[in-house]
Design a protein around this ligand. Structure first.
Ligand code: ATP
Ligand code: LTN
Length: 333
């Protein structure tokens, strides 16, 4: 029986945080045996907000290396850079002609990002979810593992697929969201009511997968807690709650075990131990990442093969779409 298809991606808008790892990539690595997975570095999405060309290039290669360093196997998965497969933007054009201004203006990410980028309110920010729908639909995707924040975009992908199928006959698989319950949100270390985000202006708000030991210790030490001085798990102590959650996810100890382990102890001890747990968990990822960055030829082979594999599948869908829409097939002489 054919394996089910999974598609997901992350933007090279910075370096991956512990939030991206625990909320997304770690989960992706668990799916690679059971599913036919496509994981993309979505560089075209990243340029909907201002980027510096040389940083974007470094972040794109860096993110690819981080995918591999986290354990995604390029033999088992199709790992590629979005802009290398032009079918994504070609399908986007077709879907643009079928997307309504009203539905796109209701997207909460557009509303948030357009407030933050008032000086660069570009059309790409508005049609961002149509490109995301194209990413997903080109591969006849069954499941899309994403965080809760992407659910609305996925709904749009489903609506567009349904609309196209209805107008032109069955063409796209209708994708389902795959949001595992146990994958919660990792919160900011500085404002623990906000999610940890790689584009936060304050570096102390996040731990990067590739932070060194001293940086991790410093960031955890500075993380915001409260003045109660008691280690317990509740919403009033959002900072401690977040630290306990990170600790539990990385150590396989339950929250209850941790609370009793630290009964009567101070925040300093918890922070020191947690720093060690994070350092040890991230050490192999960081080492592998640094190794990979020194091996540009290998990374090139990975993304070249990935694009070839992705292209074949994507072209097949795009050909069908063009035909159904009434575009004349190109002849080569
Ligand atoms: P940005 O801050 O630039 O908007 P981001 O850090 O939110 O980016 P994305 O590249 O948009 O990251 O997301 C990659 C994946 O990581 C998505 O599936 C998203 O749901 C997940 N993710 C991001 N931040 C967290 C977090 N703090 N906790 C859990 N999952 C997260
Ligand atoms: N918008 C997503 C990244 C993304 C994506 C996708 C995720 C782009 N295309 C296709 C899943 C499937 C984000 O910001 N996390």
């Amino acid at each position: 029986m054919d394996k089910k298809v999974i598609f997901s991606g992350a933007q090279p808008s910075g370096k991956m945080t512990l939030g991206n790892y625990l909320g997304a990539i770690q989960n992706w690595t668990k799916l690679q045996d059971e599913y036919d997975c496509f994981y993309s570095v979505v560089d075209l999405h990243a340029i909907t907000v201002p980027q510096v060309a040389k940083d974007l290039r470094a972040n794109t290669i860096g993110l690819l290396a981080q995918y591999l360093a986290c354990g995604l196997d390029p033999e088992k998965n199709t790992i590629f850079i979005q802009s290398h497969v032009s079918a994504h933007t070609e399908l986007m054009w077709i879907l643009n002609t079928m997307s309504y201004m009203g539905e796109l203006s209701r997207m909460t990410q557009f509303k948030d990002k357009s407030q933050k980028n008032e000086l660069n309110l570009n059309a790409g920010l508005f049609t961002y979810p149509v490109l995301m729908a194209s990413d997903i639909l080109l591969y006849q995707t069954d499941l899309v593992p994403v965080g809760q924040d992407q659910k609305q975009h996925l709904e749009l992908a489903r609506d567009l697929a349904t609309r196209f199928n209805y107008k032109y006959s069955d063409t796209f698989k209708i994708p389902e969201p795959y949001i595992p319950k146990e994958v919660g949100r990792v919160m900011s270390l500085q404002e623990p009511i906000k999610k940890m985000s790689k584009s936060d202006e304050n570096e102390n708000a996040y731990i990067l997968l590739i932070d060194d030991a001293d940086t991790i210790k410093r960031k955890i030490k500075r993380s915001v807690t409260d003045s109660l001085g008691v280690i317990s798990y509740n919403d009033e102590q959002a900072g401690i709650k977040n630290l306990l959650e990170i600790y539990s996810k990385l150590s396989n100890k339950t929250i209850e075990e941790l609370v009793s382990m630290y009964e009567g102890k101070g925040y300093g001890v918890l922070k020191e131990d947690l720093s060690e747990v994070i350092i040890e968990s991230l050490r192999p990822i960081r080492e592998k990442y640094l190794d990979l960055l020194n091996n540009k030829d290998y990374l090139e082979t990975v993304y070249a093969n990935g694009a070839n594999r992705a292209e074949k599948v994507a072209r097949k869908t795009l050909r069908k779409v063009y035909k159904k829409v009434g575009l004349i097939e190109r002849k080569f002489i």
